[in-house]
Design a protein around this ligand. Structure first.
Ligand code: HEM
Length: 483
């Protein structure tokens, strides 16, 4: 049997930076909530029954084929567990190797009808639902079109050489049993931009804490482990394998999201508000901050509405300590902003809702060139493509990523029924990740005209495709999937 695994992946960043991007399950830089030490995590996990050595730490996408025989003896020992990534662990990892499988990949490995209880989203694959996600399939890379990808490897190290060496090791173990269909190399941005995505905003600040694993910082959502992991407390579904081989696995959503940075920057200048006593550049920064909901440093506009605040930004005890409730209109943070669309906090129920994901993406591609900056236009040279290798974990794709993208970010009328000031105003689609190819009119971006909207005629983030994967527990790699 030839198993065709598509390798979609990347790594080549510092381990610290990748962990930072991997959020809660991994590490955190200044301003991002720190992880518990291995001892703390073990204590709380023991109390809750979580097995931290059986949860994959992160994933990088790779294509791999027919390798079942090598999976158990060669690959399983390389897989990095969450426990190995914690501070003070007794079993530290200096690299990551994780693997996840698409529905067609699991079928190849003998898992019949692998819908895994996810309303067919996983089984049909991401391409099948691309239009519902707001994608233009004409923008999709051909490798993602269809269901031909069987799996993905995530490989990371603190050096590019480390990634290359690990990839060579994996290739040599799997030999001709795999075929690589695609590779995406992630890269933490350089210098003071480390931890920032390509538009310049600090990323990886807000992920939910997981009950039994870490303690939430002020304002941080606390979710039951079953919101992220199969078969744990709070898993909304009873599904095939969730009490057996698939327990502690997680759905991994991958998206390659290109970012048109010069166009974004020009838009901010062209549509800058006119706040008094602020320069054009400061007003442009303000518009960008209100589109995201945070300043470039990571400070939330809900806490610092007109100017950036490095003290709040770098303090994990403060930088999530807001819930949009006082006031609940768009005066501090626009209802249409990216972070309020994707995590409405008290607009719903004080964070106590199941629609949470753990994001673990990393930037890819080079910095903007002088020529691109000068022309305000992204190059069409594929080697200059840049963006976010978006990775998110959840136990239910429908409740998690799909709700955030399709029902919240893309829907101009979200939130229906929610009573905020100016309820009559259509709040508009997410100005960052709203649907491609249609104009978006997010409201409230100008603090002096909260009922007005700004029409955005172009896409700053372009989906180039992706796939849904299942990241299995390590025990399944050692047994069910390799026998
Ligand atoms: C290139 C595309 C994207 C960019 C540039 C981007 C950027 C950001 C930034 C700068 C933040 C604030 C930092 C933080 O809280 O960690 C953030 C938060 C977040 N993003 Fe995105 N993002 C992108 C795509 C997505 C997608 C596709 C989703 C899901 C459909 C998503 C969901 C979230 C969530 C849930 C948060 C945290 C909100 C909170 O808890 O306050 N993002 N994003």
């Amino acid at each position: 049997m030839q198993l065709k695994l598509t390798l979609l992946l990347t790594a080549a960043c510092s381990l610290q930076a990748l962990c930072a991007n991997a959020k809660e399950l991994l590490i955190s830089p200044p301003g991002q909530p720190p992880l518990p030490t291995a001892q703390e995590a073990s204590t709380s996990a023991a109390a809750s029954g979580l097995n931290l050595t059986n949860i994959q730490g992160d994933i990088l996408i790779v294509d791999v084929p027919s390798f079942k025989a090598q999976l158990k003896s060669g690959i399983a020992p390389l897989i990095t567990s969450t426990f190995q990534l914690l501070p003070n662990t007794t079993d530290p990892a200096d690299l990551f190797v994780n693997i996840a499988f698409s529905s067609s990949g699991l079928s190849k490995l003998g898992i019949a009808n692998p819908d895994l209880g996810d309303n067919n989203l996983f089984q049909k694959g991401q391409f099948n639902g691309a239009t519902n996600l707001g994608d233009l399939t004409s923008n999709w890379l051909p490798q993602f079109a269809g269901t031909s990808i069987h799996g993905v490897f995530l490989i990371a190290s603190d050096t590019l050489d480390g990634v290359s060496a690990t990839l060579s090791q994996v290739q040599s173990i799997l030999g001709s049993s795999i075929s690589e269909s695609y590779r995406l190399q992630g890269q933490a941005r350089p210098g003071d931009q480390q931890g920032h995505e390509h538009f310049g905003f600090m990323d990886g600040i807000s992920n939910p804490a997981v009950n039994g694993f870490n303690t939430p910082h002020p304002g941080q959502a606390l979710v039951n482990p079953g919101v992220i992991l199969f078969g744990e407390s709070g898993d909304p579904k009873s599904r095939p394998g969730s009490t057996g081989w698939a327990k502690d696995g997680s759905f991994l959503v991958f998206r390659q999201l290109a970012q048109r940075v010069p166009e974004f920057n020009k838009f901010l200048l062209d549509h800058a508000p006119s706040e008094a006593n602020m320069t054009l550049e400061e007003n442009a920064e303000l518009l960008g901050a209100r589109m995201i909901g945070r300043w470039k440093s990571g400070a939330p506009v809900a806490m610092s509405p007109l100017f950036d605040n490095l003290v709040i930004a770098t303090n994990a005890q403060q930088n999530n300590n807001f819930d949009f409730s006082a006031p609940s209109d768009s005066s501090l943070c626009p209802v249409s902003s990216h972070i309020r669309k994707t995590n409405p906090r008290a607009d719903f129920s004080k964070g106590n809702f199941p629609n949470h994901i753990i994001r673990a993406g990393i930037p890819y591609g080079p910095e903007v060139t002088d020529a691109e900056n000068a022309s305000n236009t992204s190059s069409t040279d594929p080697s200059l493509d840049r963006g976010l290798a978006f990775v998110a974990y959840q136990s239910d794709i429908d409740t998690g990523f799909e709700t955030l993208q399709s029902d919240w970010a893309n829907d101009p009328s979200f939130r229906r029924g929610y009573q905020y000031a100016n309820n009559a105003v259509l709040q508009g689609a997410d100005p960052i990740i709203g649907p491609n190819g249609v104009s978006r009119s997010p409201a409230g971006l100008d603090p002096s005209n909260l009922s007005g909207s700004i029409t955005i005629m172009e896409d700053f983030v372009v989906s180039k495709g992706g796939e849904y994967f299942f990241s299995p527990p390590i025990s399944a790699i050692q047994t069910t999937l390799s026998s």
